[in-house]
Write a protein that binds this ligand. Structure first.
Ligand code: FMN
Length: 158
């Protein structure tokens, strides 16, 4: 059965709340899912999942170092992650604080791995963003991402 990994870094809990909302949306779709703090996972684990969603707070307009480290370590498995489904999300302090560039830089890495990323035609096009504590709108965006990744994983890995 297809499985999805939601991996995130969170110091003050905002990104973690988003991860949990994404996790429960995926579970609701009947897809097996695990969410893990980046400290509790490794790039090798990417091999065990058909879907990989990565979340980071926005730090100086880019992803937090532990997420970048995980991605850079995934080079060991380059070529073995091709065709898996990807997604990204971000928590930032301010509107215009760089959240979209964080999401796009995570998605760039996933695309370089050869992963499949579905865009969102309505709302948060690249992935959900929260400003501070995720509000209802941000949590809805997380649900949308969870749902779309779960459905794509079901289609591609029946
Ligand atoms: C080192 C550092 C750099 C940050 N840089 C930015 C930034 O460039 N833009 C922004 O909007 N917020 C910035 N923030 C705020 C965080 O992105 C924001 O508080 C986020 O919600 C934290 O997520 P967390 O609760 O999951 O740790 C920064 C915070 C820290 C600690």
């Amino acid at each position: 059965m297809a499985k999805v990994l939601v991996v995130y870094y969170s110091q003050t809990g905002n990104t973690e709340k988003m991860a949990k909302a994404i996790e429960s949306a995926i579970r609701k779709e009947g897809v097996e899912v695990v969410s893990k703090r980046v400290e509790d996972t490794s790039a090798e684990e990417f091999l065990n999942y058909e879907g990989i969603i990565i979340g980071s707070p926005c730090y100086y307009g880019t992803m937090a170092y532990p997420i970048k480290k995980l991605i850079d370590e995934s080079v060991k498995f380059h070529g073995r992650i091709v065709g898996k489904v990807g997604g990204a999300f971000c928590s930032a302090g301010n509107i215009g604080g760089g959240a979209e560039t964080v999401i796009l830089s995570i998605l760039e890495a996933l695309l370089i791995h050869g992963m499949i990323v579905q865009g969102e035609p309505r709302g948060a096009h690249y992935g959900p963003v929260a400003i501070g504590t995720p509000d209802e709108k941000a949590l809805k965006g997380c649900e949308k991402l969870g749902k779309s990744v779960a459905n794509l994983v079901k289609k591609l890995f029946p």
